[in-house]
Structure formats: C-alpha cells, structure tokens
Design a protein around this ligand. Structure first.
Ligand code: ES4
Ligand code: ZN
Length: 326
C-alpha cells in the first residue's frame, strides 16, 4: 500500500483538537443565517480567504469571532457532529477533544447549552461508528486565574463527562505558573492535566507546565528543541507532545514545513504525536497533517506507524484499551 493509502487506512487517535476550531466556513455561514447574524464576510469563500495569519494572536482574533455563531444546543450538536463525521472519514477511532467554556460563558452561553449538544453527538458517534472520546476543558490563559476557578466551579454538574483540564489561548506573557492554584484544585478533583506550552513561548514554559502544573502531556512543545536538558527529560519520562505541524506553519511558528522538527524529535525518542489543532482554520485535518509530513519531510512508513502508535500511547485511554490499539 502507498504511504498515503496507509495514512488513511490506519486507525488513528487525535489528542489535540479544539472543537471550536473545527467550525467550517460553510457551517459558520449556515448558523449565522439561522440566527440572523450579519457576518463581516460576503460569502463562504471570503471566510476561507480571510484565514491568513501572522502569529497566534492574529488567529485567535478570528477564532473567537467565529465562535459567536454558536448560540444554542443544536449549534454545538452540529459542530461536534461535523467533526465526528470527519473522524469517521479519516479513520480516527479515538478523539480527545478540547473545548473553551469561557469563549461561550462570556457571551451568556452556559454549560447547560453546549454540554448537552456535545454529549448527544459523542454518544451517537460511539453508537454509529464506535468512535471513543474524552473531553478536555481548557482555561483561557489571557484571562485571570479567578475566571478559570469560576469555570471549574460551573463545570461541576458535568465532571463525569470531562477527563482533563487544559490551558490555551495567548501563550507569551501568560506563563503556566499563573494557573498554579486552579490546576492544583483540578488535580485534587481527579482531572488529568494538559497545557499548551512551547508553541510560541520559550522552553521554560514547558518546564513550568511539568513542574508547577504537573501536566500529563504537553500541547505543541516544539520549542523544547532549544533546551537539550528538557528534551532529554521529555524523552526519558516519555511525556507526550501533541504536535500540530500544519498549525505551526499557518501561525508562522515555522516558515516552511521542511523546517519542522517533528521527525527529529521522533527520531530522538520523544513521544511525539500528530494532530490537527484547528483544522478548519489551518487548512488541514489529521490526514492532511500526515500527508504534509510525507510530502515535505519524507516521512517513512516506520515513522508513520510510530507516530500513530504514539497517539494511542499518549492518550488517556485505560492501559488495557490502549494495548488493543497498539
Ligand atoms: C489554539 Cl493553536 C492554539 N494555540 C493556543 N490556543 C488555541 N486555541 C485554539 N487554538
Ligand atoms: Zn491547540
């Protein structure tokens, strides 16, 4: 089988995926019409054309604006359903899906609106396609820690449906240590922890995420290559990095995919995984990310297989279930 055939055929896990980042221009358009919202775009194509970013912040501005069309339970149901249908098409059999409550609660849209919509679509995908999933509730790091505490409290009726807490949004200037206390409380309540670190920010933020937030894995983490001692630690402890190549390219973390360090990190023995991040904004789902590694970096079949295995190893699935996938 060709490598691209193998990329499609292998059952895969996705560990770094923002559900709000799966909102397609078509769905944004239809939801805007449904709610009588006037978008600052003339057409679906104009939405896609606007997705040119110079850094993380320039993306976040459009991403938060786009999420404004998500108003009622049905919107969140359709959003999740679209993503899970794409999982089925890509042979993604397990997804650990991030959501940003504060993006919605600050607009007056509460947990009782988005959670039922998400859970209905997740349950249907489990029944129809056997897709398993976990939810990761992310705190917006550009907001104060007190807002994250409020969010953790508001989520209480839904704890049984949430596996982990995470940290996302504008990284530089908002170091992990800003969220020390809320992560401690989340851990005490039984949540696993993840954090975006070393996407645009320095390797020290990755060290803080490990030492201060006690995260189980690092989202992105590509800047670890600047700190050899940290790289050795990530390798020795087999801490998963959820790397998003196409995201790094679109947000100018790298100038050219040929420069991406993902295969160097993999060959150095780190537990690297491949993920889409925000597929609708970054012009690429999980399969497209793997295809880019084949096309631009000459990924081999052995490297592909290792990356796919790492997706399950780095997941929050129970060990016995992981073993069935590996
Ligand atoms: C994000 Cl790529 C990225 N980085 C940080 N926060 C985010 N939220 C959604 N996508
Ligand atoms: Zn992300």
């Amino acid at each position: 089988m060709s490598l691209s055939g193998l990329i499609r055929a292998l059952p895969k896990a996705e560990l770094h995926l923002h559900i709000e980042g799966t909102l397609t221009p078509e769905r944004m358009w239809s939801l805007a019409q449904r709610h009588g919202i006037t978008l600052p775009y003339e057409s679906v194509d104009a939405i896609t054309d606007a997705y040119q970013f110079s850094d993380l912040q320039s993306f976040l501005d459009l991403y938060y604006q786009g999420a404004d069309v998500l108003r009622d339970e049905q919107d969140f149901y359709l959003l999740m359903q679209d993503y899970l249908a794409s999982c089925n098409a890509q042979n993604i059999v397990h997804a650990e899906i991030m959501f940003d409550p504060q993006t919605h609660t600050k607009r007056g849209v509460g947990f009782d609106v988005f959670m039922p919509g998400f859970l209905k679509a997740l349950e249907e995908a489990k029944q129809m396609w056997g897709i398993t999933s976990t939810l990761i509730m992310c705190f917006l790091r550009d907001l104060p820690e007190s807002d994250a505490f409020d969010t953790l409290a508001q989520a209480e009726p839904w704890y049984e449906h949430i596996t982990a807490v995470g940290l996302d949004s504008a990284e530089v200037g908002n170091p992990p240590e800003k969220f020390t206390d809320v992560f401690a409380q989340a851990r005490a309540r039984g949540f696993k922890c993840v954090a975006h670190a070393g996407e645009e920010g320095p390797p020290e933020y990755i060290v803080q995420a490990l030492d201060v937030l006690h995260v189980n894995r690092i989202d992105h983490g590509v800047k670890c290559e600047l700190a050899p001692a940290l790289m050795a630690r990530l390798r020795d402890k087999q801490i998963a990095l959820t790397v998003c190549p196409q995201s790094n390219l679109k947000l100018c973390v790298i100038d050219d995919m040929a420069q991406h360090n993902i295969l160097r990190l993999l060959d150095a023995g780190l537990l690297v995984t491949v993920n889409a991040d925000d597929p609708s904004y970054f012009d690429g789902d999980l399969v497209a990310n793997f295809m880019a590694l084949e096309r631009e970096l000459g990924m081999t079949a052995a490297q592909l297989r290792q990356l796919v295995i790492n997706g399950f190893t780095g997941s929050f699935l129970p060990e016995a279930v992981k073993a069935r996938h590996i």
